[in-house]
Design a protein around this ligand. Structure first.
Ligand code: PLP
Length: 366
């Protein structure tokens, strides 16, 4: 089976973990600091704060931005559930805006109509590795005094203009979960250029601690260990190589799938790069088979294709409790029924890619 995701672990990661184990210092320490420095350098931001998941990164970033009970945060209904849960954890309300079917990202032109006096922040999600329309989103945020918190969990290394994801708003959030473009098993990072935000996140990830045994607010244990940081530090060094491999496979797919009937291939917006955390096509009603049948046939051919995401966020009960219902975001709903992601990670060989193309075109032309 060609897996949908496979971490790239080399002798460097193994050696680095070994070194930490032998050092006897396992918890957050010098290797976390070294990773934070390397990650800040990579994204071009002043600060990078390591935490233990992308979810924790989003929670900490929203906290630093001052989001609290009664506030509203604008985001997309088409993402992983972890985009929206941290808003709820802080007692704020997620205000959803439908997506652009071409990029799968939030429809920037529809944001302004959802801004109220309670709106505090916007979370654009750079879904599948493609940055959102940050020029338009920045304009709206400036006009209304809103913070921008990028959910860049799938977009490490992606560029918008001459800046990297994580350096396009007030705060950037990354995940180092095992399937992400760079990973440490579990892990996360917040990037920012703002010292006050950086200090707030340092505090938040350690019980609200401002000095030894002095706590000035509620906080959590969101620390990363040196063991995880050791892996992450080696992975940052390889990020561009991993992303280049993904882009090459994606280019092969784009060239060889462009004429398939009933298939819409991914599009990249102007002045940005796509790092293809997922290579996601849409199987439309013009195809010979529906999406689920195509998925099934690909699996029978040894291709671990997958659906990200089978449901929009407003289909889940704890979001519906807020007053959302099916029908509210028709584009997200339609896209959720059509999307199919093909294996595109660095371990997908050219031979694998050829097999994927011939299998998929065969299924669609049957
Ligand atoms: C992975 C991911 C997260 C959450 O990251 P975890 O490390 O799994 O907590 C959040 N948002 C998006 C878009 C993701 O892909």
């Amino acid at each position: 089976m060609i897996q949908i995701a496979a971490p790239e672990i080399g002798p460097e990661e193994i050696q680095a973990v070994n070194d930490v184990l032998l050092s006897g210092m396992i918890a957050q320490g010098p290797v976390v600091s070294a990773f934070e420095e390397a990650f800040a350098l990579y994204t071009g931001t002043k600060y990078a704060l390591a935490v233990n998941s992308g979810t924790a990164a989003l929670h900490a970033a929203l906290y630093a931005a001052g989001v609290g009970p009664g506030d509203e945060v604008i985001t997309t209904p088409f993402s992983f559930i972890a985009t929206i849960n941290p808003i709820l954890m802080l007692g704020a309300r997620p205000v959803l805006v439908d997506i652009d079917p071409n990029t799968f990202n939030i429809e920037a032109s529809a944001i302004a109509a959802k801004v109220t006096s309670k709106t505090k922040a916007i979370i654009p999600v750079h879904l599948y590795g493609q940055p959102s329309d940050m020029d338009d989103i920045t304009m709206i945020a400036r006009e209304h005094g809103l913070k921008i918190i990028e959910d860049a969990c799938q977009a490490v290394g992606a560029m918008y203009g001459n800046k990297k994801a994580g350096n396009l708003g007030d705060l950037g959030c990354f995940s180092l979960y095992a399937t992400k473009n760079i990973m440490s098993g579990e892990g996360g990072v917040v990037t920012t250029n703002n010292k006050e935000y950086a200090d707030a996140i340092r505090k938040f990830r350690q019980h609200g601690m401002v000095a030894p045994y002095e706590y000035d607010d509620l906080g959590y244990n969101y620390r990363m260990t040196d063991l995880h940081a050791a892996i992450a530090l080696e992975q940052v060094k390889k990020a561009d190589r991993f992303n280049d491999a993904r882009k090459q496979t994606a280019q092969y797919f784009l060239e060889n799938l462009k004429d398939s009937k009933g298939l819409i291939i991914p599009k990249t917006g102007d002045s940005r790069t796509h790092v293809y955390h997922q290579f996601t096509v849409r199987v439309t009603s013009e195809a010979a088979l529906n999406r689920d049948a195509v998925l099934q046939r690909l699996r029978e051919d040894g291709i671990g294709a997958a659906v990200y995401y089978p449901k929009p966020l407003h289909a889940y009960p704890h979001i519906q409790k807020l007053g959302y219902k099916l029908g509210d975001f028709p584009i997200a709903e339609q896209v959720a029924s059509e999307v199919l992601s093909l294996p595109v990670h660095p371990k997908v060989s050219r031979e694998d890619a050829r097999h994927i193309v011939s299998s998929l075109t065969g299924i669609l032309n049957a």
